[in-house]
Design a protein around this ligand. Structure first.
Ligand SMILES: [Zn+2]
Length: 74
């Protein structure tokens, strides 16, 4: 998985990676600094890989942009 920062295809804001699995102490610090989002241990078909910093309704999973509110798959 790439750790490169990417821009949101919807609004252009920075996307930050979602960490899966049980978080360690350093992960909580990184989340506080806004570098990552902790996704938790449960990985489902709708678990995002990246979340938009501008609007959390924009998230990416395996390259697909999903807008939760509208249920729109771009
Ligand atoms: Zn966005």
């Amino acid at each position: 998985m790439s750790s490169k920062a990417s821009a949101c295809p919807v609004c252009g804001a920075r996307m930050i990676p979602v960490l899966h699995g049980f978080p360690c102490k350093g992960d909580w610090e990184r989340q506080k600094r806004g570098e990552v989002v902790l996704g938790g241990c449960i990985i489902s078909a709708t678990t995002p890989d990246r979340v938009c910093k501008g609007d959390p309704a924009h998230w990416l999973r395996k390259g697909t942009v999903v807008e939760e509110r509208g249920g729109l798959y771009l």
